[in-house]
Design a protein around this ligand. Structure first.
Ligand code: NAP
Length: 250
């Protein structure tokens, strides 16, 4: 592939699998995450596998921090050609208990953070006449999700942002798609209230048993599709919400 990619939330779960997959395919990847030490550790491990990965710390909701991280990525690897936004914050509370602070934080990380990363990366793609953007949204954006009004609303925003950018950026050779995961076994998934304790183990087993493919997702499922969407072969796919969910929609 030989492209320059930035993956947010790259130190864990889905983002980490995407970094590995893109880098294994030949991309040079900037792995961006909230915890700079975690980003550095993950990047060092991947460099140990012979991959070209640099770790960068930034809170995606902080415009100046994202700008600084992208400058560092450009200086190290070159102009950004691929941006994958996997950084996310999932909180749970019944609608009437959601504080204004939690609402604003969840929207800031999931939606405004995606906006910052994309708006700051797209000029490189326009200048280069080629670009690939994959946002990681959530099936909650399609179905809603009990106790996640803030999270599902923010992810709904990510889906519409993705579709709108596809309309605006296609003329520059840039495709923009979103993958809305459903139940992918990652630290975030395992930290959700329904996965806690003995009942949690049963809940997880039951969820897998209900799945048409009889298993939950793994980060590599999302990474494989993301890598395809970032390839030259996917140049005619844009504005799409691509379910990678084993047939699970609710
Ligand atoms: P994960 O393992 O927790 O990875 C998310 C990463 O994003 C973590 O490294 C986290 O850092 C980082 N992050 C959080 N807030 C950030 C911020 N403000 N700035 C930069 N990085 C930040 O979770 P995951 O399951 O892989 O989630 C990846 C994406 O998939 C998320 O957008 C999530 O909403 C979406 N998703 C996942 C599922 C699922 O079933 N796993 C379902 C639907 C949607 P810290 O650990 O330090 O907070």
């Amino acid at each position: 592939m030989g492209r320059v990619a930035v993956v947010t939330g790259g130190a864990s779960g889905i983002g980490l699998a995407i970094v590995r997959r893109l880098a294994t395919g030949g991309a040079s990847v900037a792995l961006l995450d909230l915890d700079e030490a975690a980003a550095d550790r993950a990047a060092a491990e991947l460099r140990g596998e012979g991959l070209r990965v640099v770790g960068l710390g930034a809170d995606v909701s902080d415009r100046a921090a994202v700008e600084k991280a992208l400058e560092a990525a450009r200086a190290e690897l070159g102009p950004v050609e691929i941006m994958v936004t996997s950084a996310g914050l999932s909180l749970n509370a019944p609608f009437l208990d959601i504080s204004v602070e939690d609402w604003e934080r969840v929207v800031a990380v999931n939606l405004t953070g995606t906006f910052h990363c994309l708006q700051l990366a797209v000029p490189d793609m326009i200048a280069g006449g080629w670009g690939r953007i994959v946002t990681i949204s959530s099936s909650s954006a399609q179905s809603g999700s009990r106790t996640q009004a803030h999270y599902s609303a923010a992810k709904g925003g990510v889906v519409v942002l993705t579709k709108t950018l596809a309309l605006e950026l296609g003329q520059y050779g840039i495709t923009v798609n979103t993958i809305p995961p459903r139940a992918v076994v990652t630290p975030m998934f395992l930290a959700a209230p329904f996965a806690q304790g003995a009942a949690g183990e049963e809940n997880i087993k039951a969820l897998a048993a209900r799945s048409p493919v009889r298993r939950l997702g793994v980060p590599e499922d999302i990474a494989a599709t993301t890598a395809f969407l970032c390839s030259d072969d996917a140049g005619y796919i844009t504005g799409q919400v691509i379910g990678v969910n084993g047939g699970n929609y609710t």
